[in-house]
Design a protein around this ligand. Sequence first.
Ligand SMILES: *[C@@H]1O[C@H](CO)[C@@H](O)[C@H](O)[C@H]1NC(C)=O
Length: 599
Amino acid sequence: MLSIILDFLSSPLYLASSAAVCFLSYYWIVTPDLFENFTLPTKTITIEIPKECKADWTEDSFIDTPSIIDKTDPSVIICYDPATARILGKKRSASKEQVNQAIIAAKKAQEQWSKTTFAQRRQVLRTICEFVLKNQQDICKVSCRDSGKTMVDAALGEILTTVAKLRWTIENGERVLKPSRRSSGLLMMYKLAMVLYQPRGVVGAIVSWNYPFHNTIGPVISAIFAGNGIVVKTSEMVAFTSDYFLQIVRSALEAHGHSADLVQYVTGFADVGKALVESPLVSHITFIGSAPVGKKIMQAASTNLTPVTLELGGKDAAIVLDDADMSQCYPVIMRGVFQNAGQNCIGIERVLVHTNIYDAFVKEMATRISKLRLGSSLEQGENVDMGAMAMGHNFGYLQSLIQDAVSKGARLIAGGKPYLHPLYPKAQYFMPTLLVDVTPDMDIVHNEVFGPIMTVMKFNSHVDAIRVANASPFALGSSVFTSNVKAGRKIAMALKCGMVNNNDFGVNYLCQSLPFGGVGISGFGRFAGEEGLRAMCNEKSYTEDMFSAVKTKIPPVVDYPIKNASIAFDFASSINIFAFGTNLIDRFKAVTTLAKNAQ
Ligand SMILES: *[C@@H]1O[C@H](CO)[C@@H](O)[C@H](O)[C@H]1NC(C)=O
C-alpha cells in the first residue's frame, strides 16, 4: 500500500496535477488584484434604501388603473409596484436642460478621471463589488419593488450578472486595454505598430427596465474602467429606483477621492433619450431595448454621427434533439422561458422539439408549468415562483398572439390570460402559458413576446430545425440540447444568431469574457467581453520607429520634383511586387529592378 502511495507521489501524474492545482488557485483565487486589497484597500459605503422598498412597507395606496402616465402633467412619471399595485411615488421626467447639465458635469469630471491608473479604477470596482455582495438582499428588494420580479430572479439576473462582470473587468480589464502590439508587415518591418485604447470621453447608455439594477450598472462598469464619464438614461418604467442604484457607483467614486459627477443618470420619456443621443458631447451610445426604438436611436445618432451599440429584442430558439438528457434539459428550459416572467432579451421564446420526444416533452412541461405560483415575493416571502409583468398594458397584445395561434391550430394547454391575484387584484400578472403545436405561419413565431409563454414547435430532422430556427428576423441567442456535443456544435454553427449555448441557456453571459449581442433586427455591436470593453474606447492606431537610426527615407527617385516619371513608376510598381507579390520569381525580379532604379 505504502509503495503505491510513494509511487503515486513521485509519478508524473501527481506532479502534473499538483502543478495544475497551484496554477488554478493562482488563476482564480489568488488573482493579482488580491494583493491590491492590501495596497489599495476597498472602502465600506452605506446607502439607505428607500423605505418603500422594504418588505415591511405596506402602505395601502393602490393604483386604480396601473399606468405610469399622469394625465394632468405629461412630465410626471407615476411609480408603482407591478406585483402589488402599491403606489410608490412620483418622479419628474428630465428636461433637455437637465440632460445637458448632466453631460457637462460628467465631461468635467472625466478630464481628471482619464488620468487615473487601472489600479485606481479597479479599487473603485472592488468597492462596488464588495457593496453589492454585502447588500444583495437590499438591492434585490429595491429591484423587486420597482419591477415586480421575485427575489430569486433578482439574485440571478441582477446580482450574479453584475458581480460576474465586475470580477471579469477587475481581472482582465487592464490586459484588454493595454496597448496592443500588431504586426507591421515586410515593407514596414522597421516600425512598431500598435493600437492604443483611449477613453472616448462621455458616453451614454439608454437602458431597459427588465433588470433595473444590472442594466443600469453594467454599462457604467465598462465605461468608467475604460476612463470615460457616463450618463445613463434609465427607463421610465423603473424610475423610482435609478437613484439608489447609481448612488452605489457615485458613493464608491467619492469614497476613493474621485468626483461622483463622473457617473450621471437621467430618467424620463423618449425626449430625454433623444436629447442624450443628439448631444455633440456624447461620443458613444449603448442602447438596450426594442427594435423599433433602436431605429429611432440610430436616426437621432446620425445628427452627430455618434457611434451606437444596439442590443435589441430576441426570439431565441431552443432546439431539443431526441438524444438530449431530459432531466437536465427540462429545468433549464423552464428557467429559460419563465425567469423574470419571460421578460428577458435572451429568454427562450421558441422551443423546437424532435418528434420522437415531443409528446413526452409537452406532458412534462404541462405538469411543471401547472405548479408555478405567482405573487409578490417581496411581501409574501415563500411560495412564489414567478413575479409580475412590468407592462400591464401589453396583455391584450399577448392574448391576441395566442388567439391567432389557436385559430391556426395550436393547442393552448395552460394559461393564456392575465391572472387575478387574490391579494393584489390590481397587480399585473400573466399566467404561465403553454402553447404547443405551433407552426411557422402563426404570428407568435415572428413577434417577440417578452412574457411567460412557452411556445413549442415540432421538427423531424436537424435540417428542419435549423430552417425553422433561422426563419426569424430576430437573431440574438439560442440553445441546442443533445448528448452529442459534436452534433450540437454543428447545429450551433448553422444557426443565425449572435450567441448559442450547447445544453444550456444564456450562460454565455456568465462567461463575461464573451461578447454579447445579436445580428439581424436583434441589433449590432457588442457589449461585454473584450469587444464590449474596447467599444468604450477610441481604438487609436499608432506607429513609431523601432530603432531611431532606421527611419522612413523617401528614395531620390520618387522625391519631389520627380526627375523621370517612368523610372519612378517602375520603382514604385516593383516595390508593390516585391513586398506583396504571390510569385517568388516575380518578387526576386522586382528586387533587381529596385536595385537598378533606386538612385
Ligand atoms: C526617362 O527614363 C527612360 C528610361 O531610362 C528614358 O527612356 C526616358 O527618355 C527618360 N525620360 C526623360 C524625360 O528623361
